[in-house]
Design a binder for this molecule. Sequence first.
Ligand code: KIV
Length: 269
Amino acid sequence: MSAQAPIRRITAPQIRARKGGAPIVSLTSYHAHTAKIVDKYADFILVGDSLGMVMHGMDSTLGVPLDLMIMHGKAVVRGTERALVVVDMPFGTYEESPHMAFRNAAKIMKETACGAVKLEGGARMAETIRFLSERGIPVMAHIGLTPQSVNTMGGFKVQGRDEAAWTTHIDDAKAVAQAGAFALVVEGVVEELANRITAAVEIPTIGIGASKDCDGQILVLEDMLGLNPRVPKFVKVYGDLGPAIERAVAAYAEEVKTRAFPGEDQVYR
Ligand code: KIV
């Protein structure tokens, strides 16, 4: 009798090693059952703080508490066995100091058993990224359109339309890569800038509303499934589930109202 080897998850160093190789597939997920499906296809799954807007109806990600991230992170880890699970550090839990960031990142990793955290910011977060990665916490960085800075950016605006700003974005990318980030989300930047960032760093870039030539891509699952009423323009909807859900709910409501709802003796599967 042979014992079956446990399936090991993809690790942050394995994602790091994919620079310039086969494109990295990733999606967000916030719950166990969708994560189980995504796990079959994604190299990493992000428990993004976009869950505040997508799942909880918030106007921005700013109000998302750490405990909510941990709760959804636990669900996604429970539902998966293969993909690396990355959990977002929410606004206000890491910016103040590297020590504060370490305390909160360690709490996320201990309580969820995820494999990495993500935080927003370029050069200004380099010291923190170094502090965390030197202490056992793999960090994915996030530059370009950083939703936690919506108030200082003046809205969810595509970055780099003015070429004069490109050097700052490229310097941000280099700073987080040199500080030890294992991968870099590049969100909402013009295509040529995304390509230059990808060429400038030795870690994989993960594009969202950026360029097809990033080292990987990420989308918010509910956006690409047509389940978010506020889907950004750059998102291709691969499955329009909103109408399918509405049809099912309407059919159920009709059966309940007309007393056609099945009884205990009916077997459906
Ligand atoms: O919170 C999130 O879903 C994200 C992705 C958009 C990259 O950060």
